[in-house]
Design a protein around this ligand. Structure first.
Ligand code: ADP
Length: 246
């Protein structure tokens, strides 16, 4: 089996008295499309922030591509691409300029950068939009530009943090298919964080976060079977009700 892209064990993170992550361990491999599902407050954002190096866990170990996030953060973060929940493109700059800004930050030579940008735009059907200000694009296309940007430095770990917030159903579907296709290349491990059950049904693997701890790690069908419910939505509702009752 290939080496894991992400290896985390016993991650703990608290905000004052609130324990937001309570011993999360996970291992992600290239080619996997992994969904991270949890109700609001389960700790998804906190986990995303720890995995993307924005916060350091108080306890536990984390490495990306074999590089320790504490002692080799620069090398570890070179392997990471992120699309955050909050849009982060400069609306007044062109699509091309936004993407070049990212490749410059990563120190990519301009010739290589332009070739990758063109390939990314082509792959997502956005060549005609390259010179337009981002403001002129639809919400769905803006997210695609963020996805192209996240992949320009060729990361091996793609973190999608509730990336479909605010998109209409067709754009949501389109973005998910694009990200699934990236995972299918076998080069990238994708972690898709969401609170929307319909986004996780096709994932290779499902992680369910419950009060800061992983309550399930396996294929979505097994989550349903274990719950004794008929659908993923019912299984997740049961999980959430359990969380409220505790
Ligand atoms: P999710 O993304 O699943 O909604 P979060 O990671 O945002 O969950 O939050 C996990 C828990 O930590 C929640 O109970 C939330 O209220 C709490 N929390 C998150 N951020 C902070 C913060 N900055 N200060 C205090 N508590 C926080």
């Amino acid at each position: 089996m290939a080496d894991p892209v992400v290896l985390a064990s016993g991650l703990h993170k608290r905000y004052g008295a609130k324990l937001a992550l309570n011993g999360v361990s996970l291992c992600l491999y290239p080619g996997q499309f992994v969904a991270l599902l949890g109700p609001n407050g389960a700790g998804k954002s906190t986990l995303v922030q720890v995995l993307s190096g924005l916060f350091v866990a108080e306890r536990g170990e984390l490495s990306l591509l074999g590089f320790d996030m504490r002692t080799q953060a620069a090398q570890a973060l070179r392997g990471l691409g992120v699309v955050f929940q909050q849009a982060s493109l400069d609306l007044d700059l062109s699509v091309q300029a936004n993407l070049l800004f990212h490749t410059d930050l990563h120190g990519l030579p301009r010739t290589l950068a332009r070739a990758r940008i063109q390939a990314g735009l082509l792959q997502h059907g956005l060549q005609a939009q390259a010179a337009l200000p981002v403001r002129a694009l639809s919400g769905g296309n803006r997210r695609k530009v963020e996805l192209i940007r996240a992949m320009l430095h060729r990361p091996r770990f793609l973190l999608m943090d509730e990336a479909t917030v605010g998109l209409d159903p067709a754009s949501r579907h389109d973005l998910m298919r694009s990200v699934e296709a990236l995972a299918r290349t076998g080069e990238v491990a994708v972690l898709w964080a969401t609170h929307l059950v319909d986004e996780v049904a096709h994932a290779d693997r499902l992680l369910v976060l419950h009060q800061g701890a992983l309550a399930f790690d396996g294929v979505p069908a097994d989550f349903v079977a274990q719950s004794g419910q008929a659908t993923l939505e019912q299984a997740f509702l049961q999980q959430c009700q359990g969380a409220t009752a505790i």
